[in-house]
Design a binder for this molecule. Structure first.
Ligand code: AMP
Length: 113
């Protein structure tokens, strides 16, 4: 990625965040503009701009991110939740560093807007 994103800055400790989980591959922190009572983002340390840039060699990492999102959701006490990956601006992606949203703590409608 050419320019460092806000999540890149969070990873480098240049911008603070409310971290809830961290390991060698990823971190999870609370979204600053929560769309549900629980709204957490899981991001890889690897600077992938979006799911579009992921390839076969990222299979293990992608699986890890999903499992971490589940672990974090359960640790938050959620029984049901939604995991969202917005890919591309028309799909609502605003930060071009791959991230999984974990949303829960309220009834979530379907389809999303
Ligand atoms: P997306 O629209 O899928 O790219 O999601 C980006 C998310 O990042 C939004 O839900 C924002 O509220 C969230 N966000 C932006 N800046 C920060 C920040 N500094 N700390 C935590 N969350 C942020």
């Amino acid at each position: 990625m050419s320019e460092e994103t806000i999540f890149g800055k969070i990873l480098r400790g240049k911008i603070p965040c409310e971290e809830v989980y961290s390991d060698s591959e990823c971190i999870a922190f609370r979204d600053v503009q929560p769309q549900a009572p629980t709204h957490i983002l899981v991001i890889p340390r690897k600077p992938l701009a979006s799911l579009k840039e992921a390839s076969e060699k990222d299979s293990k990492l992608l699986g890890h991110l999903l499992l971490v999102s589940s672990k974090v959701a359960k640790a938050e006490g959620l029984q049901d939740w939604r995991t969202v990956i917005n890919t591309g601006s028309a799909a609502g992606q605003t930060v071009f560093h791959l991230h999984l949203h974990i949303l829960g703590g309220r009834k979530l409608d379907w389809p999303p807007g």
